[in-house]
Design a protein around this ligand. Sequence first.
Ligand code: HEM
Length: 152
Amino acid sequence: MRIVLAGLHLVALGLGLGAVLARGAALRDELDATSLRRAFRADTMWGIAAALWISTGLWRALAETEKSLGYYLSNHVFLGKMAMLGVILLLEIWAMAALIRWRRALARGVPPAEVADPAVARRIATISHVQALVVVMMVFAAVAMARGYGAR
Ligand code: HEM
């Protein structure tokens, strides 16, 4: 189980980083049915990766498959990693709400050009690329904490 959790935690990284970059890129393109479909597909993968990250991460920490829970809770690099996850989730709230609105409007048959406001699309693209940068920073925090940095 330890190996499966560690492996899935890293698979989530490949899925998630790729997906959030693809979501941003799709929303920087001319907004039409194709680019919106690409953005929604990437958005779904980003959601799946987030669920995989958080579930395998919590399992590893709470079941102490690597180190004791106390090690992580007293490790400021791990706490920094969790704070960065908080930033990603906070940024996601607004983007997620807009994309849910767009999905519903498209499902009701509203034409893509009327659904997606280019200014909102650009803002979600910027949010996605900022989130990608924070994910990369989390990777460095994670490999440092796994090797004892930040431990008290
Ligand atoms: C609730 C969310 C999360 C929790 C509780 C969590 C917890 C953990 C734990 C317990 C480990 C094992 C560390 C060790 O070997 O001692 C780990 C490793 C790792 N985590 Fe997370 N994690 C979470 C989310 C994330 C996210 C979003 C990322 C994305 C960047 C990430 C990236 C990593 C990486 C790259 C490692 C491997 C470090 C290594 O072995 O070198 N984690 N995480």
